[in-house]
Design a protein around this ligand. Sequence first.
Ligand code: PGA
Length: 253
Amino acid sequence: MRKTIVAGNWKMNTTPSKGVELAKAISEKISKSGLKENSGMLIAPPFTHLSEVSKVIDTNLICLAAQNCATELSGAYTGEVSVEMLKEIGVKAVILGHSERRSYYKEDNATLNKKAKLVLENGLKPVFCCGELLEERNANKHFDVVGTQLKEGIFDISAEDFANVIIAYEPVWAIGTGVVATAEQAQEMHAYIRKIIAENYNEEVAENTTILYGGSCKPSNAAELFANKDVDGGLIGGASLKADDFMGIYEAV
Ligand code: PGA
């Protein structure tokens, strides 16, 4: 049975000291309540925080993730951080293909494909993001856009490797806007994603894949979104920066 997951994408927020406080607060809360059966929690602080955060969280309960990684393992790539470096400090997953990386830093499907393979080869899990722009949804192209992102970005890996991939559907128009996809819109796209996973691999792989929803998810709307049969939790931005809100969302999963 696939796992439900609530993941926090901190983006470029908090200083290292504030981030450690936030991570400690989340870890204390989840240590008290424990994880629900067949569910997981993940946090993705900025690079500068990861080493310290890994020391203050209960890593049996919280999966530590990075928000990006380089396309290469080492060498003359000024400003980049490689998956080997992340692995050594206790990072277990890497968010890839977030729409902010795609739009501001021009990361295309080929680049993301390279990163995803490196992440998997190094034994980490990619949290592979996809999602359409508002114009694309309005033009009824949202299924094609998401399908292409997945086909070009991640569908050429083996079924064995795909078992370590988490998919996050994040409609760009819902990210940080306060406009959340309706439960029907989320379910419809998640069902589509699961269908194309089944076509590319098989039913079993599709059934076992965790597909997260992201975009203005908060404690007040999480339960309605997560109640859908193909929505297996959330990738949370703004609301992951407050321990109580993040826990409130986890309670809904
Ligand atoms: P948001 O961001 O929850 O602030 O909308 C979600 C994301 O970008 O992962």
